[in-house]
Write a protein that binds this ligand. Sequence first.
Ligand code: H79
Length: 423
Amino acid sequence: QKNYLRESKPNKTKRMQWWDDATFGMFIHWGLYAVPAGEYNGKGGGAEWIMETHKIPVSEYEKFAKQFNPQKFNAREWVRIAKNAGAKYIVITSKHHDGFSIWDSKVTNYDIMDATPFKRDILKELAEASKAEGIQFGLYHSIMDWHQPDAKSKDYRHQSTEKPDFAKYREEYLKPQLAELIKKYNPSILWFDGEWIPEWTEEQGKDLYNYLRNLKPSLVINNRVGKGRGGMQGMSKYENAAGDFGTPEQEILKTTSQDYWESCMTLNKNWGFVKNDNDWKSAQVLIDNLIDVTAKGGNYLLNVGPTAEGLIPEPSVERLTEMGNWLKINKQAIYATKALANYKEGENIKFTQSKDGKLVYAIFNKSENNEIRLTSISPKAGSKIYLLGSTISLTWKKDNGATVVNLPLELPGKYAWTLKIEQ
Ligand code: H79
């Protein structure tokens, strides 16, 4: 057993490079909770948390498995939706808090093969489709488990009166399932959650981290594997916490960070599918978020919650398509870039730079008088400035210390535009 907890910085940089360069991923929350779709016994509330929200007994919740038969599921189609959005990786819920396994697990019968009429290995199909389409494949896995008797946490009412043996769950259920997932589907990322239960400790997290890296050294693992996460802003709150990156949830860091981080966010209100959740973020907001996250050096993991039929909701697809169209023009400013100390100017301009620092990208979502004034960066005389999506070199001048760039009358595409500045 090698100790991966004290990896050298150059090693980590190398291992994390593809992930750091990827910048944009698609999260997928899919499981039995897609069946009730946010409503139980005529009452709304809860999505992937519906079991807890409505205090549904295990034996009742298990019945959703019999109804889980997503005949319209097409793995290739889902991966193409991600790819067409410009996402470079997907992360799907192998098991959420409800404890249901959406792959062919030999460790339990509470899985897609034994408990549902569907009987198709969802993860196998998605792993293969991802490989075929050149998309990195990641798995979300909940440490907390409301179904396994030995996993029952004293924090949740699903606990039984018997004494749960958490160590047994950890050693004989959680770890074997994870080993199975690595062996069968070769994931690039493991994304843990549900680590806040008091039964889980930082020591167990470090142990698990090491166990998994020994099984697959190149794995990228989030910081929820241990107890380091500081609330919903998600960054590790102490030195040497287990995990490779911070996980702000439904929020974006206020500024740049020295640590790797990824902001995960929903497209509407919920992670899992909820039939009457129509509170969709606009394409403008989503693209502004992607720019903001990138300028601050993070990744953006944007979620879809497919239906029990196996479809990614159309409003999600529409927004992801808009993002993909925007990225087709502006991709150079997003992927494989790094943050500038001065990551923004005013409210409407954000900066990124190429890895070698030779190119600066000024991304703006608003301009006045067909010009952009920049005061926080100062290109050398003779520097060329281009607009991404156009080949014409723009005219510019210095004015009172500011750099004033003349924009063409017609800007390519919608939502936001990028000046590429050759320093
Ligand atoms: O899978 C999705 C949600 O179901 C799950 N995470 C995303 C990715 C999620 N679980 N819980 N929440 C979201 C909100 C829970 C917050 C709390 Fe806590 C858990 C409050 C107290 C315990 C974590 C630990 C945040 C603050 C302390």
